[in-house]
Structures are given as C-alpha cells and as structure tokens.
Ligand binder design. Sequence first.
Ligand code: NAD
Ligand code: ZN
Length: 341
Amino acid sequence: MKLTMQLKSRSYDIILKAGCLANLHQFTNVENRKVFVLTDSGVPRQYAETIAAQCPHSTIYTIPQGEGSKCLKVYGQVLQAMLEFDMDRKDLLVAVGGGVVGDLGGFCAASYMRGIDFVNCPTTVLAQVDSSIGGKTAIDLGETKNIVGAFWQPKVVLVDFDTLATLPHRHVVNGLAEALKTGLIGDAQLFALFESKDPEAQIEQIVYRSLKFKKKIVEQDEREGSVRACLNFGHTIGHGIEAVRGIRGRRTTGLYHGECVALGMLPMIEDPALVKRVRAIYRTLGLPTRTGANKAKVLEYMQHDKKTRGDHITVIKCPGLGCWRADTISTTELPQLLGME
Ligand SMILES: NC(=O)c1ccc[n+]([C@@H]2O[C@H](COP(=O)([O-])OP(=O)(O)OC[C@H]3O[C@@H](n4cnc5c(N)ncnc54)[C@H](O)[C@@H]3O)[C@@H](O)[C@H]2O)c1
Ligand SMILES: [Zn+2]
C-alpha cells in the first residue's frame, strides 16, 4: 500500500508494507551520501542495522529510550554526533523508532545546517498511525511538551508492519487509541474495524485508514491554522491527565500518551450511545476507562498550560460518529467538562 502526501515541493510517499525497511535504497539516494541512522535503546537493533546495511557511508546513533530524550541535552548530543560524522547539507538522517525518535530526529534534521533530508521509519503503532507523517517535529522543555520544534516534512516514510512483532502489547494498544481518535472524528469505517471481533488482527487496515485521514487533513492545513486542530481531539484533557499521571521524568509508572488521550476523548463525545460503544472498545482493547487522577490537579494543569493560557480555550468535540466540531469555551467551563460539577 502507498499513500502520497501532496504538499507541492514538499510532497512525499508513505510506503506501507511488511519488510519495507529493507527497501529504503529504492526510495531515496543512500549511495553517494552520508546516512545518520537515529534510534533508541528500546528499539531492537536489527531495524537500524537493516537501514545502515543499505548505506555505504552510515553510522547508527542510539539515544536512551523514553520521552526524557526529547530534551535540549540529547538534541545537542545528536547534533554534535552529526557534526563529528562530518555531515553536510546533502546528507540524510533516518529515524528508526517510535514517536520519540521521530520527533527528535525530525527536529535535528530540520535544524542541522538549516535543514537536511529526513526519512522516518516508525516502529510503534502510535508512530505508524499518527506521528510519522505531517511534519511536526519537536522536543520538550522540562515539563512543557513539544514546545521547541519545527515543521519539517520527511522525504519518505517507511511503515514496516513487521517491526510491530517486537512491540510490547501495551504499546500496541496505546497507539490504537490514536487510531480510534481518527475513526471517531472522521472515518466511521475505521471505527467499525474497532468493533470487529479482533481489532488487532486488522492493524494494517487501521494504520492505512488512519494515515489516509491524517494525510487529507495535513494537505488542507499543513501548519495547523484551521482544520488540522481536529487531530487534537482528546488531547486537551489528555495532556492534563498526562501531566498528572503520565510516565514522565522520574515517574516510571503511570499512563502512556495514547491511554491519556483515550480518557481525554470520553468527555468530548456528545452522543451518550456513542460513549457507550467507545467504552466497550476500550474494555476489549484493555484501555483505561477511568482516569484515576486527581481531577483538581488535571484542571490546575489545564488552566496553567503554557500552550493554552488565557481565559478561553478551543476544544474539539465529537457530536456523532465521524464528525467533529471546534468549540471555544471559557476556562471556567472546564470543571464541568471534567465532570467536577
Ligand atoms: N509529531 C507528531 O505529530 C506526534 C503525534 C503524536 C505523538 N507524538 C509524540 O510521540 C511520542 C510517543 O511516541 P511512542 O508512543 O511511539 O513512544 P516511544 O517512541 O517512546 O516508543 C515507545 C517504546 O517502544 C520502544 N520501541 C519502539 N519500537 C519498538 C519495536 N518495534 N519493538 C519493541 N520496542 C519498540 C521504544 O524504545 C520505547 O521504549 C511522544 O513524544 C509524543 O509527543 C508526536
Ligand atoms: Zn497524540
């Protein structure tokens, strides 16, 4: 399967195929330039090696796994390693891993020598259904997520389904939450896959349909001036929950991003019958249905979030299956949304 992101001079192909990591050389020049392969310590080494083996002038650089690597320190270390590898403007960075490697690698590619080519090879469900396309790259500043970054589109995206064989099950489900988000706001057929007997057996179709929807949105609004905001469905409250209960920094237990988004979507669905269906899907997949977080703390975070500060906040609601609506509400309405009143 193949999709093409149509963005004029920044257009690129998204290849979806089991085993396609071994075919990188068919999609970009890896012969006559240096290739910096970025991965993390939790990604099985074989995937980066499959990439490096096709490139005569390559190096593999491994960062520690986890969100903590999306920081200025690791960003600086990667850039330093790129400089020491003597890379110039025509060289290439290939990210092999989940959203962490993709976001950091994309930002390194965007900023090194004012921008070099970047190829994304997502190896988690979350990265395959969502973060690997669209060109948002970023790192965090302390607790503030994705606050420093750039729009930098990849040259090609290789979605190799085989890599999911090694992914821990909880990470599979975590990524499926983002795909379910897409189904809810824009694709009833995608949603139907989640109501089938064994959604996980449909993963290739789920990835394909999720990317297809995101591609259409990004093509209309690359820099999130309008419709792209719909992809933030579930994320306003989700980020609040993540700040309080997410696995972050020294907190090693808690909820993953997709799990927080799953919880953040529930109050934003306006049709009670649909909420029931979504909860049933969460139970089948093993996603949380209750926050278990101190709502007052979630609210406090949302009211002080540096990215949403002000008296008003725009949230994405789902009035019914396959639709969405942006609502600008007063922050005084947040307690009600969180079910605190
Ligand atoms: N740029 C965007 O548009 C966008 C969108 C959504 C999320 N994100 C970002 O994505 C990040 C989360 O991504 P994630 O959920 O992929 O997390 P992640 O990158 O931390 O990966 C999860 C874990 O799985 C391991 N792993 C990766 N691939 C594996 C494989 N095939 N087999 C075994 N283990 C593997 C990693 O080492 C890591 O420990 C967050 O930082 C979030 O902000 C970005
Ligand atoms: Zn997300």
